[in-house]
Design a protein around this ligand. Structure first.
Ligand SMILES: C[S@@+](CC[C@H](N)C(=O)[O-])C[C@H]1O[C@@H](n2cnc3c(N)ncnc32)[C@H](O)[C@@H]1O
Length: 317
């Protein structure tokens, strides 16, 4: 495979999706959907988003959290987390504040995203103090940020040799591994995503992979979603894999994972604890419930595993 990837305007549009995700998360946090003391450093000013967007983000964050918790329950803190296309995700800091801080946390994204995230970390004591050693130091090497147990690395996920090299530089080892791919694989061409997934499944014999991204893109609503993204210069090269959730699970099994399950987010939403749904439904009025349902039907959460320890992970666990 050709490892030289040229930089395009489309990549800029993909990178901008991180700003979007961060602003939506900050808006929902401000409205009380969930707690995140760190998102404020990554998105300064945000306009209020529509209620269905806020609820959709709540379901996404809550569902990811539920499975992250199940993973950590099974392997404790002697594990590693690898966040693919991490954007400005704040999970590392949230775990640090809990009893679930992990042994090693590696984040990968395009160089410009990594540079911005590093800059924000270095400028904000509340972020920096959670990653630096006792002397308050972090090491910056070739644009990457390294510290004990946290590595923020620039990498193009379409280039497998770079991924392998960066994971090595981040100290990825044989410990149980949680792999996160939240709204990222869809930006990779199917062959690049397959190569990446096959590599990960082969490299980590005890792992859980969480994939959150679009699904059911073949119907009318899906077509409108794609047209809107395309109008912003953002194509979805991974769209052929964004069919029904069953196809998402089949793709992960084909890549070498031993178990794989996927649910659309409407199913996930309905599986959330009743009291959690009631709490967020009381936060703001949502006139058009069908809109939330349509949105939820066009995103899916997939969970793939390797190793006996994780075979029973489930939505209703
Ligand atoms: C929609 S954002 C999601 C960010 C984060 N995972 C979250 O859920 O908040 C997609 C992220 O994937 C990153 N990304 C997309 N394609 C990538 C690639 N080929 N290599 C590295 N990062 C990539 C983008 O730069 C962006 O930060």
């Amino acid at each position: 495979m050709n490892n030289i990837i040229s930089w395009t305007a489309e990549d800029e549009a993909i990178i901008a999706t991180n700003t979007d995700a961060t602003e939506c998360k900050r808006c929902a946090v401000e409205l009380g959907y969930w707690k995140d003391d760190y998102i404020v450093y990554f998105a300064k000013h945000v306009d209020r988003k529509a209620p269905e967007i806020n609820r959709g983000y709540y379901a996404r964050v809550k569902a990811m959290e539920m499975f992250i918790h199940q993973f950590l329950e099974r392997c404790g803190t002697k594990c590693q987390i690898i966040n693919l296309g991490c954007g400005f995700d704040t999970l590392y800091w949230k775990l640090k504040d809990s009893t679930q801080a992990v042994g090693n946390f590696i984040e990968l994204d395009f160089p410009s995203v990594v540079a911005k995230k590093s800059h924000i970390i270095k400028r904000n004591k509340q972020l920096l103090e959670k990653i630096s050693n006792e002397d308050g130091e972090v090491m910056i090497r070739s644009g990457d940020l390294h510290s004990d147990g946290y590595h923020l690395l620039s990498c193009d996920l379409r280039c497998l040799s770079e991924v392998v090299r960066k994971l090595e530089a981040g100290g990825a080892g044989a410990a149980p591994t949680l792999l996160l791919a939240e709204c990222v694989l869809v930006y990779l061409r199917p062959e690049a995503a397959r190569a990446l997934l096959e590599h990960l499944a082969g490299a980590f014999p005890r792992c859980v992979l969480l994939v959150y991204e679009q699904c059911n893109l073949g119907d009318k609503f899906g077509e409108v979603m794609m047209r809107n993204l395309s109008a912003r210069g953002c194509a979805l090269p991974g769209e052929p894999h964004c069919r029904e959730p069953g196809a998402q699970a089949a793709r992960l099994l084909a890549a070498g994972f031993e178990t794989a399950r996927a649910w659309d987010m409407d199913t996930v939403w309905r599986a959330l604890p009743e009291e959690d749904r009631a709490r967020v439904e009381a936060l703001e009025m949502l006139d058009e419930r069908e809109l939330l349902q349509q949105l939820n039907l066009h995103y899916a959460l997939s969970v793939a595993t390797r190793g006996d320890l994780f075979a029973d992970l489930d939505l209703n666990a």
